[in-house]
Design a protein around this ligand. Structure first.
Ligand code: NDP
Length: 321
C-alpha cells in the first residue's frame, strides 16, 4: 500500500547544505523532513581529514562531522527518511516526490541539496577497473596504495590536492594532464612542483586502463601525447581520476532552469529557483566554491528563503479572508 507523507518543507539530500537547511527550518518550526538519498551525508563521508571547517582547532573527520550535523538536525526536530527519490512533479503544489520504497512525499516547499558527483573519463577499461585500481577519491582509497605507484588524472585544484595527498602513502606519484598548464591555484602548484615524489606528464590523455594478474588489478595507464600522437605506458597500481564534478540534477532536468553545465540556476544572492517554493543550495547550484562551509551557508539561506516564502503565503491567505 502506498504511504503518503506531507510536510511543509522537504529537503532532498543530506550533505552539509541539506542538513543545515534542516537545522534552520526545524528551529523555525517547519518540521522538515530530510530525504537522505543514495549517499547519506554526501561527499564529506568519503573524505578523511577536514581542517578548514570553522570551529574545530584540531583536524576532524568528514564522516564524524556529518554524523554530528545529522544528530543536530534530528535534535532540533528534523525527521530523517532513508529513501531514494525516483521522480518529482514540480508542476503543482504541494510538490510530489516519489520514493523507491513506495512512499509519496507531498511538500509545500522543497529544498534541493542533491550535491554533485565525481566525473569519470568514460572509457570502458576505466569502468572495468573500478574497484581494481581505478578510483575517483584519493582520500578514500589512497591508503590502499601504501608504498605503491599511483597516477592522478586532471589539472585543477582537486587533481593537485589529490597528488599531494597521495605522497603521504606513495613515493611515486604521476600527475597526467591534458594541457601544458594547470588551472589549480598557484599555491597548490608551488607545493606540487616542490615535491620530489610527484612527476607531471603534460599534454597527455589516458586512452586505456590496463589490468593484469590474477585476481586482475591495475598495472598501468596507456596515455596518448596530444602533440605527437605517441602512445606510452605509465606503470601504476592505482589511478585517481580528478577531472571535476557533475551536479546531481537529472531528476529536475526538464522542470527547473539549469545552466550550461547542468547546475540549478538561482536568483542572484538567493537560493530561489525559477519555480516559486523550490530552493537550491550547496554543490548542486554552486560550481565555484564547493566547500562544506559554503554549502552549509547556502543551506541556511535556503531555509530562510523557504520560511519567508511560506510566511508571505500565509499572510496573503489571511489578508484575502
Ligand atoms: P576543475 O573543473 O577545476 O578541473 C578539472 C580538471 O580536469 C581540469 O584541469 C581539466 O582540464 C581536467 N579535465 C576535465 N575533463 C577532462 C577529461 N575528460 N580528460 C582529462 N582531463 C579533464 O575541477 P576540480 O574538481 O579540480 O575543482 C572544482 C572546483 O572546486 C574548483 O572551483 C576548485 O577551485 C574547487 N576546489 C577547491 C579546493 C580548495 O579550495 N582547496 C579543492 C578542490 C576543489 P583543463 O584544465 O584542460 O580544462
Amino acid at each position: 500500500m502506498m504511504t503518503t507523507i506531507s510536510t511543509r518543507l522537504a529537503v532532498l539530500g543530506s550533505g552539509p547544505a541539506g542538513l543545515t537547511a534542516a537545522i534552520y527550518a526545524a528551529r523555525a518550526g517547519l518540521s522538515p523532513i530530510v530525504i537522505q538519498g543514495i549517499q547519506p551525508g554526501g561527499q564529506l563521508t568519503t573524505t578523511t581529514d577536514v581542517e578548514n571547517y570553522p570551529g574545530f582547532r584540531d583536524v576532524i573527520q568528514g564522516p564524524w562531522l556529518m554524523e554530528e550535523m545529522q544528530a543536530q538536525a534530528e535534535h532540533v526536530g528534523t525527521k530523517m527518511v532513508w529513501d531514494h527519490i525516483s521522480s518529482v512533479d514540480l508542476s503543482r503544489r504541494p510538490f510530489v516526490l516519489k520514493g523507491d520504497n513506495g512512499t509519496e512525499y507531498h511538500a509545500d516547499t522543497l529544498v534541493i541539496a542533491t550535491g554533485a558527483q565525481a566525473k569519470w573519463l568514460g572509457l570502458p577499461s576505466e569502468e572495468h577497473m573500478k574497484g581494481r585500481g581505478a578510483s575517483a577519491c584519493a582520500t578514500c582509497d589512497g591508503f590502499f596504495y601504501r608504498g605503491k605507484k599511483v597516477a592522478v588524472i586532471g589539472g585543477g585544484n582537486t587533481a593537485v590536492e589529490e597528488a599531494l595527498y597521495l605522497t603521504n602513502h606513495s613515493h611515486d606519484v604521476t600527475l597526467i594532464h591534458r594541457r601544458d598548464s594547470f588551472r589549480a591555484e598557484k599555491i597548490l602548484q608551488d607545493r606540487l612542483f616542490a615535491n620530489d615524489k610527484i612527476k607531471v606528464i603534460w599534454d597527455s590523455e589516458v586512452v586505456e586502463f590496463v589490468g593484469g594478474g590474477d585476481p586482475e588489478a591495475l598495472v598501468g595507464l596507456d596515455i596518448r601525447n596530444r602533440r605527437t600522437g605517441g602512445i606510452s605506458r605509465v606503470d601504476c597500481d592505482g589511478a585517481f581520476v580528478a577531472i571535476g564534478h557533475a551536479p546531481s540534477t537529472e531528476l529536475f532536468a526538464d522542470q527547473l532552469e539549469l545552466d550550461e553545465d547542468g547546475y540549478i540556476k538561482v536568483e542572484v544572492g538567493t537560493t530561489k529557483t525559477n519555480i516559486p517554493g523550490v530552493f537550491a543550495c550547496g554543490d548542486v547550484m554552486d560550481k565555484i566554491y564547493r566547500q562544506a562551509v559554503t554549502a552549509a551557508g547556502t543551506g541556511c539561506m535556503a531555509a530562510l528563503d523557504a520560511e519567508k516564502f511560506l510566511a508571505a503565503e500565509e499572510y496573503q491567505a489571511l489578508a484575502a479572508e
